[in-house]
Write a new protein. Sequence first.
Length: 391
Amino acid sequence: MKLAMIGFGQAGGKIVDRFLEYDDRTNSGIVRAAIAVNSAKADLIGLENIPQENRVLIGQARVKGHGVGADNELGAEIAEEDIDEVQNAIDAIPTHEVDAFLVVAGMGGGTGSGGAPVLAKHLKRIYTIPVYGLGVLPGTDEGGIYTLNAARSFQTFVREVDNLLVFDNDSWRQTGESVEGGYEQINEEIVRRFGILFGAGEVGDGEEVAESVVDSSEIINTLSGGGVSTVGFASEEVELNTGGGLLSRFTGDSGGDDLDAANTTNRITSLVRKAALGRLTLPCEIEGTERALLVLSGPSEYLNRKGIERGRKWLEEETGSMEVRGGDYPREEPEVAAAILLSGVTNVPRIKRLQQVAIEAQDNIDDIQAESEENLEELVEDDEDELEPLF
């Protein structure tokens, strides 16, 4: 699936930047175009892979390149005012070669949580291709203002996009891990999971074609109907022998050199269960999922069609959905991986808790707004001479 990715805010820009690095490293062909939009000049300067001409600084008249200090109402206002500047960058995208837009944003900060829904609404008004969101929820330990931002942004973002894919930081931060190190690992997990999902069906010259192809229309159909989506993932390494070929077994199997079809089928089914019942990007009960998509990736000799079909049938039983698609994605990587897209999930405790905390935060709105204004004042008072010019 070919995507035009737009990272809005600090987290969104970093994730899209990492997607470009993944695309280059794996030759997956996912990112047809990448843009970063921010109100903070320093965040744009810190990106490594997004081209300079695709880094858009908004709100210069209001915040002078210092960001909005976690004020997502100001972030939304700036996005509305400077939407033409963002559109100028989008105009350079060959949209006839793109299957969908993906607007990526952290939902706890100011610029991304405020501006991403504004951009999504703008894109849907102009273009006929789907507009998806990838929203990252803040951890509960990040403070009341970020939780309130996320609750507000979530309600608006999910309404403005064709489907909102969600990643919950709360479920992924390791105990004792530094903030920066934690976010680096989280971004890698995001890109790895969504990279396999969106990469399925993109075949380069000389690459193997899947036996059961998952193309962009399968992904679009799974995401149709709107709502919230989560992704499950599980992988198992396969060993490389000294001759450069892959050993004909999953790591840990005591079988011989010949692939055992029954064993491969069982391994695939086990991976599918681990992916669906393990750590989802947004933890939820999978029963009641409206639509699902299963992608098995790895060396083609391991992608047993019977195993994929059995895994798909199991997903149908567990979710209760009659719209469960499945296929394989041949990749010459030393692992077999199962990625599962669960679309239209409804039983999501994290979202319910988020909304409850937001209600409580609303009672303390004066204190929270004062905190936000203080953050903004500190940013504006920073020495502008410390920042390098963006262009």
